[in-house]
Design a protein around this ligand. Structure first.
Ligand code: AMP
Length: 113
């Protein structure tokens, strides 16, 4: 499995503003925020992209989703927020370590760009 900058954040080799952490997941502020609140939730397990998950990741994926409302509440996103996973080149993925974006603090529009 190839490592990315997110592995370095998990290992505390580079700094990040970490807002949540448990045994399986870590969440930190996006370095280039696209909304007033922009958090990335990632598994500690190295999985490059959503396409690469297997049935053995079912509990982990559920865990990541369950973290989101908790983090959103802690971030004060009581009026709503958007959750995004970019997958692969056409999906706009740039870092190949599975991550879930939480975007909030402004009105979201549809369709996304
Ligand atoms: P994606 O385009 O879905 O792969 O999203 C990758 C996200 O990682 C982008 O929103 C980047 O701004 C963010 N990012 C890249 N490097 C860092 C970093 N060192 N710390 C926090 N966020 C980062």
């Amino acid at each position: 499995m190839s490592e990315t900058i997110f592995t370095k954040i998990i290992d505390r080799e580079i700094p990040a503003t970490i807002v949540y952490e448990d045994d399986l997941a870590i969440a930190f502020k996006d370095i280039n925020p696209q909304a007033p609140t922009h958090i990335l939730v990632i598994p500690k397990k190295v999985i490059a992209k959503l396409d690469d998950v297997t049935p053995s990741d079912q509990a982990l994926l559920g865990h990541l989703l369950l973290c989101i409302p908790k983090i959103a509440q802690e971030q004060g996103l009581s009026d709503g927020y958007r959750v995004v996973i970019n997958n692969g080149e056409l999906g706009g993925q740039t870092v190949y370590h599975l991550h879930i974006h939480i975007l909030g603090g402004r009105q979201m529009t549809w369709p996304p760009g």
